[in-house]
Design a binder for this molecule. Structure first.
Ligand SMILES: Cc1cc2nc3c(=O)[nH]c(=O)nc-3n(C[C@H](O)[C@H](O)[C@H](O)COP(=O)(O)OP(=O)(O)OC[C@H]3O[C@@H](n4cnc5c(N)ncnc54)[C@H](O)[C@@H]3O)c2cc1C
Ligand code: FES
Length: 265
């Protein structure tokens, strides 16, 4: 059930320049949240701007403490306001929203492929995969070493991490998709989870199809309501009969089977 709740900021600190991690006390949402779901966020009591709530993947779920985390990069008005929030501030949340990732069964081997802030929903997933005894390989791509976040968390959750950066300042120089090709040519992988920029996800799906590995992607679209009403977050999915239908990322997703998605933007 999607809840609207007032959360309280417990921590809001830079993880890298321009990238923040916020811990929010929101026990009802933490209780229900699953890896791959997200929350709509509004910094309340500060301003009526921005008018619309902003969507963020849940990057950690702690049911014991009753907290969730979000990991966000400052790109505009909403995230700028969020970066100024202090411990004790109230924040308005709608969540947990969306479907979340499908869990592979015990004994299987999974690859997590992240681009930039796309790592956020793949962090609680790593924790759950470890709890279920699933071997996980984490492939992380970023523009540069100073933009890397979350890989230490992956390692703490037993993920075997490899990094690619555009400028070669950390890990292998080049795209994360090259790491995936290399991994799939050497190891048997049963399932791929992916989140990142659209061209990166499109290429990851091509590679997954080449090696015959099922894949789920978590899509990002600009959102209005976040609860399936405004039709502002449409994506296109291929149907079995060859036609293409429109779906709402917030309500039907954000996680979809990779081979079904039409990556046209
Ligand atoms: C399901 C979902 C999960 C997300 N999870 C995260 C996350 O974990 N961490 C994170 O940093 N960001 C995440 N985002 C993106 C985040 O919602 C936007 O960065 C945020 O809404 C920007 O708000 P703003 O007011 O700061 O920027 P705006 O002033 O609204 O926009 C600034 C710039 O960002 C672009 N932008 C805004 N929203 C999006 C979007 N959804 N996709 C692509 N470009 C966008 C705008 O086109 C503009 O160029 C997620 C988006 C979705 C849909
Ligand atoms: S954001 Fe309104 S329908 Fe998805």
């Amino acid at each position: 059930m999607v809840l609207s709740a007032k959360g309280q900021v417990l921590k809001n600190e830079p993880a890298q320049p321009g990238i923040y991690e916020m811990t929010i006390a929101a026990p009802e949402i933490a209780e229900q949240a699953m890896p791959g779901q997200f929350v709509m966020v509004r910094p309340i009591y500060r301003s009526f701007e921005p008018f619309l709530n902003r969507p963020f993947g849940i990057s950690d779920i702690d049911t014991v403490k009753g907290t969730i985390n979000i990991l966000y990069i400052v790109v505009g008005k909403g995230t700028d306001l969020m970066s100024e929030m202090q411990q004790g501030d109230d924040v308005f949340l709608i969540g947990p929203v969306g479907n979340g990732f499908t869990m592979v069964s015990k004994g299987k081997r999974a690859a997590l492929v992240a681009g930039g802030m796309g790592i956020a929903p793949l962090l609680p997933l790593a924790k759950t995969l470890q709890e279920k005894g699933i071997t996980a390989y984490g492939l992380m791509g970023a523009s540069k070493g100073a933009a890397l976040v979350g890989t230490d968390n992956w390692q703490e959750n037993g993920v075997q991490v490899q990094i690619a950066t555009d400028d070669g300042s950390a890990g292998q120089k080049g795209f994360v998709t090259a790491l995936l090709e290399d991994l799939l040519s050497k190891e048997k992988i049963d399932f791929i989870y992916c989140c990142g920029p659209t061209p990166m996800m499109a290429r990851t799906v091509e590679i997954a199809e080449k090696y015959g590995v099922p894949i789920e992607v978590s899509l990002e679209k600009r959102m209005g309501c976040g609860i399936g009403v405004c039709m502002g977050c449409i994506c296109k999915l291929k149907q079995a009969d060859g036609s293409v239908k429109q779906y709402r990322v917030c309500y039907d997703g954000p996680v979809f089977r990779g081979e079904e998605v039409v990556f046209d933007d």
